[in-house]
Design a binder for this molecule. Sequence first.
Ligand code: FDM
Ligand code: MG
Length: 196
Amino acid sequence: MRGRLILIEGLDRSGKSTQAEILANRLNGQLFKFPDRSTPIGEIINKFLTDPTFELSDESVHLLFSANRWEKAAQLNKLLSEGTHVIMDRYVYSGIAYSLAKDKSRDVEWLYGPDVGLPKPDLTFFLTVSMEELGTRKGWGEERYEKEQFQLKVKECFLKVLRVDTDPTIEIVDVNGLSIDETTLKLWSIIEARGL
Ligand code: FDM
Ligand code: MG
């Protein structure tokens, strides 16, 4: 049987990485994280995110993030076809939401273009946390994009891009005020209820 691809999306510091790691362990699956900063393209992305003097056009950045996913696509397809579950920390929706937040007049079809053909998640969680709580979490404000005003825009763009009303694979999960364990319990119950 083909492995399941479960994606966790959300704003910076929303707890995605912690939950992705926990779920990957529980499902005895593999963890994928995007951007993957260890690849050749990932190194450029890392420089862009951490060095405020390193400038790239919005289009270039968008295409680099997508190319970074394509660097891992063959490996991802292989694992899934072998029956390994994959838990993913960010993916295509982050790509669209962050680019759209920079320029809301951007053609969404253009934004989706480079990701067409990548493996589709069987389930996507979008974790929502209040801005107030996000701001108190460790590491906030160190990297590009980690500014409250911009995060608010990203949240709005995520909710626009995630077609929760028409796409049954999407679950928006409010994790505000929940502990790590309580959050895992909530996500796990959704995975079980869906028979994944
Ligand atoms: N990000 C992430 C994007 O702008 N586009 C993408 O396609 C992806 C996958 O990169 F601000 C942004 C989101 C975040 C930054 O991500 C680094 P992590 O999860 O904090 O490493
Ligand atoms: Mg981050």
